[in-house]
Design a protein around this ligand. Structure first.
Ligand SMILES: CC(C)(COP(=O)(O)OP(=O)(O)OC[C@H]1O[C@@H](n2cnc3c(N)ncnc32)[C@H](O)[C@@H]1OP(=O)(O)O)[C@@H](O)C(=O)NCCC(=O)NCCS
Length: 314
């Protein structure tokens, strides 16, 4: 029977190897976003650096070992609200024997003793990882704010369509001079403020940024609708990370219901098709009912949801 031991930094390489091998199966699933490579593809050396560093919370992290080798681990990192789960993993040959659950139980108990009220999974849990969801549910965790969870939607096929905007509305590509106005409109639509620098850092400075994929709809000279799309091929995994990602589709309240959203997304899809960049992926949240309905009506299907789980400890 494996022993459940507190995590020590000397175990970093061993646990990194375990994590790397245990997450291999996730690599075959379609990425849930294209802008940055998903965490589970992290090379073993990068995992070892994190495990040997200060972000790990050793007091709350436990490892099951057998014959001097790690076979399961629940590793927590220190966050603002205390420790949170970073990676929980079991060697495929040792699964379904309660090892991950025992490591988590030891960690939860340590956190409870330290006075922590609630424990969350820091790294988001993908709905396609059925074993992870089942483990968390069986230990009393539940999804945090389910309506606000991220969902990845994906469209594989597209036949280009003509786009005609209603009278009084004009389509244009975003110019650098427009970024301050774009930022203001984006802030009004999405309810969170960002400065023009945010757009420059997040999108414009990317090597795959192409201004022709960023559209604005103008009415009486002012921007009233926005959308963006990037064709992405990352060096890190050029075989798999290929496609387009739609970003920041929105229409100001007073101009909704006039097909502007549908026309903007249609233009994005025509653009991706023209650059041989299917599938098209986008991230949204279930509470955005108009958006999800629109995407579904164009052929997008939900690929997965990903979110944190939480459990009260006291
Ligand atoms: C999503 C959004 C861009 C739609 O803009 P819009 O110009 O009003 O949408 P359209 O007039 O083009 O509607 C197109 C389709 O969207 C869906 N839709 C639009 N409003 C809807 C609503 N209130 N309820 C349900 N479905 C709705 C319908 O499928 C509609 O097609 P239909 O009119 O043939 O039934 C707009 O509601 C918005 O800006 N929302 C806030 C920002 C946001 O959530 N963006 C998405 C981020 S991922």
């Amino acid at each position: 029977m494996p022993a459940i031991l507190p995590f020590k930094r000397e175990m970093a390489d061993d646990v990194a190897g375990l994590m790397h091998d245990a997450f291999v199966e996730h690599r075959s699933s379609s990425p849930r976003m294209l802008l940055s490579p998903p965490d589970e593809w992290t090379p073993v050396e990068e995992l070892a650096v994190v495990l040997g560093g200060d972000t790990v919370c050793p007091e709350a992290s436990f490892v099951a070992t057998e014959g001097g080798r790690a076979v399961s681990a629940a590793i927590a990192t220190s966050g603002e609200g205390g420790a949170q789960w970073w990676r929980i993993t079991t060697d495929p040959a040792c699964r379904r024997s309660g090892l991950a659950s025992s490591c988590m139980e030891a960690g939860e108990s340590a956190m409870r003793d330290a006075g922590q009220q609630i424990i969350a999974t820091g790294a988001v849990v993908d709905s396609r990882w059925t074993a992870a969801g089942a483990l968390l549910s069986s230990r009393g965790y539940s999804p945090d704010e389910p309506e606000k969870r991220n969902i990845t939607m994906r469209l594989d096929e597209w036949v280009p369509r003509d786009v005609a905007f209603p009278d009084g509305y004009e389509l244009a590509t975003l110019r650098e001079d427009d970024v301050p106005e774009w930022s203001e409109v984006k802030s009004r639509i999405f309810g969170w403020q960002s400065e023009p620098e945010w757009f420059l850092n997040r999108f414009m400075s990317r090597p795959d940024y192409d201004p022709s994929g960023w559209l604005v709809v103008r009415h009486e000279g002012s921007i009233v609708g926005i959308s963006g799309v990037l064709a992405i091929r990352l060096d890190r995994d050029p075989e798999r990370l290929h496609g387009a990602q739609i970003e920041y589709v929105g229409v100001l309240d007073e101009h909704r219901g006039r097909k502007l959203g549908r026309l903007l997304v249609t233009e994005c899809l025509n653009w991706a098709y023209g650059r041989d960049s299917l599938p098209v992926i986008l991230l949204t949240q279930p509470f955005r009912v108009p958006a999800v309905t629109l995407y579904e009506s164009l052929g997008f299907r939900t690929l997965c949801a990903w979110q944190s789980y939480v459990k009260p400890l006291q």
